[in-house]
Design a protein around this ligand. Structure first.
Ligand SMILES: C[S@@+](CC[C@H](N)C(=O)[O-])C[C@H]1O[C@@H](n2cnc3c(N)ncnc32)[C@H](O)[C@@H]1O
Length: 262
């Protein structure tokens, strides 16, 4: 999922790295909750001389990130660090010029504490970039599927209800939280993503993986006919498979905050 997200949204991630309010290219970067490296590699693309410390609690994600770094010949520029950012002991991250956290801050149990830690870690004048999703991307038009229109929204409503208590900081007011942690908020923007998926295999694969994941959390609570329609979409052998549709798109929003340590 993370790799497909990075592939499909690569242009949008590049638009964010281009937009960052930086006077000089950062030498030391930290990617917090780096996953499989969407941000790490986009940042190295933009700032090729930088060194990135990629931090995540998932050993599996970090292994994949290291494999990618090797395949790209970037091992010298990437250091991975396994750490639980909710833990009492914040890892030693040096004094980076830029800290990047994409779709990771809302996972923190105590984001206010994490933001203060980032503030104290950054070099004076350093920049912290928080990227958050407005929600999971939508792929189907509202009229789909023909026998159960609006199915995707109903799946998301059910899934959001299931996850509400686990991911309480999704949609938080990060600008206010950054200011409370001592940052000077320098810039803020929202990117509207709308990608035509009609001739894009990665979009089909992304939609399939996303809806499969959602099925896992909504199967118990979804209306039986909705579940049957969802299963038809997910059945790659079915004529009604999501992979056979020519009306897929990726529609989502990304919000970005750039905050400075004075
Ligand atoms: C939605 S993914 C985003 C990954 C990546 N930043 C991207 O934009 O593709 C969230 C990541 O945060 C990591 N994460 C969640 N809670 C964490 C914690 N307490 N400490 C470290 N990493 C954490 C997860 O393992 C996951 O890789």
């Amino acid at each position: 999922m993370l790799d497909l997200d990075a592939e499909v949204l690569s242009e949008h991630i590049a638009a964010i790295t281009d937009w960052l309010p930086l006077q000089t290219p950062p030498g030391r970067i930290v990617d917090l909750g780096c996953g499989t490296g969407a941000g790490t590699f986009a940042l190295l693309d933009r700032f090729p001389t930088a060194h990135v410390t990629a931090v995540d609690s998932s050993a599996e994600h970090l292994q994949r990130l290291r494999d990618k770094a090797r395949a790209l010949g970037l091992e010298e520029h990437v250091r991975t660090l396994r750490a639980d950012l909710d833990g009492a002991d914040w890892p030693d991250l040096g004094t980076p010029d830029l800290v990047w956290a994409s779709a990771s801050m809302h996972h923190m149990a105590h984001p206010d504490r994490a933001l203060r830690k980032v503030h104290d870690t950054l070099a004076p004048g350093g920049l912290f970039t928080v990227v958050e999703l407005a929600g999971f991307p939508r792929f189907l038009p509202a009229s789909a599927p023909e026998d159960r229109p609006g199915l995707e929204e109903r799946c998301h409503a059910a899934s959001d209800q299931q996850h509400a208590e686990h991911v309480t900081h999704r949609g938080a007011d990060w600008g206010a939280m950054l200011a409370a942690a001592g940052f000077a908020l320098e810039a803020e923007r929202t990117l509207t993503v709308s990608i035509d998926g009609s001739h894009n295999e990665a979009v089909g694969a992304y939609a399939l993986a996303g809806l499969r994941r959602i099925r896992g959390s909504v199967a118990e609570v979804l209306d039986a006919e909705d579940l049957a329609a969802l299963d038809r979409l997910l059945d790659t052998d079915s004529a009604r498979s999501i992979l056979r549709r020519d009306d897929l798109a990726v529609r989502t929003e990304r919000a970005v905050w750039a905050a400075r340590r004075d």
